[in-house]
Design a protein around this ligand. Structure first.
Ligand code: FEO
Length: 166
C-alpha cells in the first residue's frame, strides 16, 4: 500500500476484528454449556460476523498491494458471570472497536488516503448498528434483572429473533 501507516493501522484493525470474533465465540461456547441456547446461537452468529469483518480487511489490504498479517491472540476468557455480564462485555468491546475504527479513519485522513477512507465508511456505519444493538439488549436485561422467567424468555426470544435488537 502507498502509506505504510495506513497499512499498519489496517493490520491493527484486523487484529481487533479477530479478537472480537474469538471473544464472542468464547461467550457463545460458555452460554451453550449453561443451557442458554438462544444466546449461544446469537453469539455464534456475532462471532461469524466479526470473522467476516476481519476477512474483508485482509482482502482489502492484499488487493491494494499491502500484506495482511494474521496475528496470534491471547486466549479469551473461559467463563462469564451472567447474561448481563456477557452483554455488558459485548457493549464495552464494541465501544472499543468503534474507537479503533475512528483511529484508522483518522490515519487515512492524515495520510490523504481517500480510497481507504471510503472503504472504512462501511465499518463506521456497522459500528453504529452494533453498539445500538448491544445497548438495547443490555437495557432489556437490566429491566429483567434476576427474574428467572424473564431470563428464560429473553434467551428463547433471542433464538427465534423475537428480541428487539433495534
Ligand atoms: Fe466488527 Fe463489531 O466490530
Amino acid at each position: 500500500m502507498k502509506s505504510k501507516k495506513v497499512e499498519q493501522a489496517l493490520n491493527e484493525q484486523i487484529k481487533v476484528e479477530y479478537e472480537s470474533s474469538q471473544f464472542y465465540l468464547a461467550m457463545a461456547s460458555w452460554a451453550e454449556t449453561e443451557g442458554l441456547n438462544g444466546t449461544a446461537n446469537f453469539l455464534y452468529g456475532q462471532s461469524e460476523e466479526e470473522r467476516q469483518h476481519m476477512l474483508k480487511l485482509i482482502r482489502f489490504v492484499n488487493e491494494r498491494g499491502g500484506q495482511a498479517v494474521i496475528p496470534a491472540l491471547p486466549e479469551p476468557p473461559k467463563s462469564f458471570e451472567s447474561l448481563q455480564s456477557i452483554f455488558q462485555h459485548l457493549l464495552d468491546h464494541e465501544m472499543k472497536v468503534t474507537d479503533s475504527i475512528n483511529e484508522v479513519v483518522g490515519t487515512c485522513l492524515s495520510e490523504k488516503d481517500y480510497t481507504t477512507h471510503n472503504f472504512m465508511q462501511w465499518y463506521v456505519s456497522e459500528q453504529i448498528e452494533e453498539e445500538s444493538m448491544a445497548r438495547n439488549l443490555l437495557d432489556q436485561l437490566n429491566l429483567i434483572g434476576n427474574d428467572k422467567g424473564g431470563l428464560y424468555l429473553f434467551d428463547r426470544d433471542l433464538n427465534s429473533g423475537n428480541v428487539s435488537t433495534e
